[in-house]
Design a binder for this molecule. Structure first.
Ligand code: SAM
Length: 222
């Protein structure tokens, strides 16, 4: 999978070079291309934002550099083009499963008051929000999206890690324990130490249902 990320702040994406995502890129399973929108401006002072028509606080990102960048990266509009935006559809696991099927994603990060509406109208396939709150820019939301999609790209994670995860079948995951057997008076449930795999599976399923009913009853209704 190839992911182009359009931003005015490329340095913010250093975390994508770490850990599982960093390894996946080194192994060629994932290609993440950070694109500096400023490289596409035709303004001699490299300006990429301006005051909003109609007045109001803040600056709006100019359409020209963004439009030219998208044209250069995806001339035939084969990529799925996403604008990270608080006005978008809220990201859920089902959307992650849908996006992982795409060969090429383009993620546009807004900043300041966001981007000129004509960029959304002319170039963007969908707007995605990571929740009902406002961040200073789309860079963190883009990293959230990349991280949760990349986990499902073939070979990035061991497939057994993806089984039974929260949201994978409409439930939250069961509790996990590791050593020591007793920590500050709390003991690991006996069934997990029994070696009886059928009993472990049954216990985990029951726990997943109990936790989901308690913490996220809305998931059971869906
Ligand atoms: C300060 S916000 C702009 C908010 C915009 N003026 C509004 O009220 O809807 C700047 C940028 O951060 C990103 N952003 C902020 N909150 C977000 C969220 N919850 N999900 C996705 N992107 C977000 C968007 O790319 C947005 O263009």
């Amino acid at each position: 999978m190839k992911i182009d990320i359009l931003t005015l702040f490329p340095e913010m994406f250093a975390p994508l070079r770490e850990s599982i995502l960093g390894r996946a890129q080194k192994q060629g399973k994932l290609k993440i291309n950070i694109v500096n929108i400023r490289d596409y401006t035709l303004d001699k002072h490299l300006k990429c934002d301006d005051y909003p028509f109609g007045g109001g606080a803040g600056m709006v990102m100019l359409p020209q550099p963004i439009g030219d960048a998208i044209d250069a990266l995806d001339p035939e509009h084969k990529a799925r083009r996403i604008y990270l935006s608080p006005k978008g559809e809220t990201l859920v696991q089902q959307k992650v499963f849908e996006l992982v099927e795409c060969e090429h994603l383009i993620l546009l990060c807004g900043h300041y008051e966001g981007v000129d509406q004509r960029i959304i109208d002319l170039f963007i396939d969908e707007e995605i929000s990571i929740g009902d709150y406002v961040l200073t820019g789309g860079e963190l939301p883009a990293m959230v999206l990349v991280d949760c999609v990349a986990r499902y790209v073939d070979g990035v994670l061991n497939t057994s890690s993806l089984v039974d995860e929260s949201f994978s079948d409409g439930l939250l995951e069961y509790p996990q324990y590791t050593r020591p057997q007793v920590y500050r008076g709390l003991e690991v449930p006996e069934v997990l130490r029994s070696g009886n795999h059928a009993a472990v599976d049954k216990w985990r399923r029951e726990q997943a249902e109990i936790i989901t009913a308690k913490k996220r009853p809305d998931l059971l209704k869906r």
